[in-house]
Design a protein around this ligand. Structure first.
Ligand code: HEC
Length: 221
């Protein structure tokens, strides 16, 4: 490179450098954007006004009747329709693990009043601080109670008993009722109909058995 060329290049670089640090002029123009539709979203941003909807909100609620993934279909029970309660039922069937889970939920949400022994003598009632006698599930009054009526009690509450709709989804409510019905079936109630084969438990057992064989070098112990 000749001497003159290097001088030209050097002065150009100094000039550019100085121009880039031009602090005297505040630049209000961001300059040219190569692909504006990549820089700025073509779609409406979540919180921007939207002229396509009367309420101008871009974020929409799910349409009526939308069911979140993993949730059950609505049960269409109407509060206060006590005739419908009596015939209302479910196609759900529960295996042993699920009944156990029903028992766990019962002990969390219901046993404080209805008692872990399902005899209506839960600690809250027994303490005398809760005046209304909770249902004694061993009692003749409740032993043949239709499952739908029980479901309605869990969903809407009954007199002094509050609703558990916000704490328990419909599967969990049925799980608890299956737990109560299973208990009643061995205490003078009707035959238990909400049960299923314990498919899950069996698979778990088989898997465990094969692990044991491998751990034992394939020998029978
Ligand atoms: C705060 C105390 C309390 C809790 C907790 C409670 N209950 Fe009750 N429950 C009652 C009382 C009191 C009654 C009696 C209502 C009546 O007949 O006046 C009752 C009645 C019932 C009945 C009979 C309904 C009918 O139609 O006669 C069922 C079934 C029942 N409860 C299920 C449950 C389940 C399931 C849970 C747990 C999710 C639960 N209860 C939690 C107090 C409670």
């Amino acid at each position: 490179m000749s001497k003159t060329k290097s001088i030209v290049v050097a002065s150009l670089m100094i000039g550019l450098g100085m121009a880039s640090c031009n602090s005297g002029n505040i630049r209000r123009n961001p300059g040219k954007i190569y692909a504006p539709d990549m820089t700025y979203s073509v779609a409406y941003d979540a919180y921007t006004a939207n002229p396509n909807f009367a309420d101008s909100q871009t974020s929409r609620k799910p349409v009526d009747g939308t069911i979140a993934r993993g949730h059950q279909l609505p049960d269409h029970l109407v509060m206060g329709d006590t005739n419908a309660y009596k015939t209302f039922t479910t196609s759900m069937r529960f295996n042993e693990d699920e009944l156990k889970e029903g028992g766990r939920l019962f002990n969390i949400y219901c046993a404080i009043c209805h008692g872990q022994k399902l005899d209506g003598q839960g600690p809250l009632f027994a303490s005398g601080k809760f005046a209304s006698m909770p249902a004694n599930f061993k009692d003749a009054k409740y032993i043949h109670m239709p499952v739908g009526q029980m479901y309605a009690a869990a969903k809407y509450g009954k007199n002094m008993m509050g609703s558990y709709a916000s704490q328990l989804d419909s599967k969990q409510r049925w799980q608890i009722i299956a737990y109560i019905k299973k208990f009643q079936s061995t205490n003078g109630g009707d035959a238990f109909t909400l049960g299923a084969e314990t498919a899950k438990a069996d698979t778990a057992k088989t898997a465990q058995a094969s692990v044991l064989v491998v751990g034992n070098g394939g020998k029978k112990s």
